[in-house]
Design a protein around this ligand. Structure first.
Ligand code: ZN
Length: 152
């Protein structure tokens, strides 16, 4: 458990200090915005799709806590070059891991980094910080880009 926690801290620090795919995507044809009012996290997720079925490029920008920014960075690395269907499977898998529930179909998914990031479930108040970018990505890809909020 201690090892997982150390790894979790290291991954969060790494991605927060050096976020991958950061910045608005000029070529984007899908976009969604997500907010987590409880923490003040805001994230914009941009996708450029090939043939409307595959992620060609992905980018994000926003401001928020280290967990939110690191999770968004990991999300972009995870879904880049995947089909929309595969990307959505990762969203489901990560959000169930972070929520402490049993994952559904995970065959063929590489969950190694996601399992580390899901260490956030040890800090229940921060789970929404970690899942925000993933739900925002899902909205951009499959729900017409509606804004996402963790609170309704
Ligand atoms: Zn946060």
């Amino acid at each position: 458990m201690t090892e997982l926690r150390d790894l979790y801290q290291a991954v969060i620090l790494d991605h927060n200090n050096n976020p991958r795919n950061y910045g608005k995507l000029a070529s984007a044809n899908r976009h969604a915005k997500g907010v987590n009012p409880l923490c003040g996290d805001q994230v914009n997720v941009y996708f450029s799709l090939d043939d409307d079925t595959r992620v060609k490029e992905v980018g994000f920008e926003g401001r928020g806590c280290a967990i939110c920014m690191a999770s968004a960075s990991i999300m972009t690395e995870t879904v880049k070059r995947l089909s929309i269907v595969q990307a959505d499977q990762y969203v489901t898998a990560f959000c169930s891991l972070a929520g402490g529930e049993k994952s559904e179909v995970t065959d063929g998914l590489d969950l190694s980094t996601l399992k580390v990031l899901a260490g956030v479930k040890a800090y229940p108040a921060r789970i929404k910080c970690a899942t925000l970018a993933w739900y925002t990505a899902r909205s951009a890809l499959s729900k017409g880009g509606a804004s996402v909020t963790t609170e309704t």
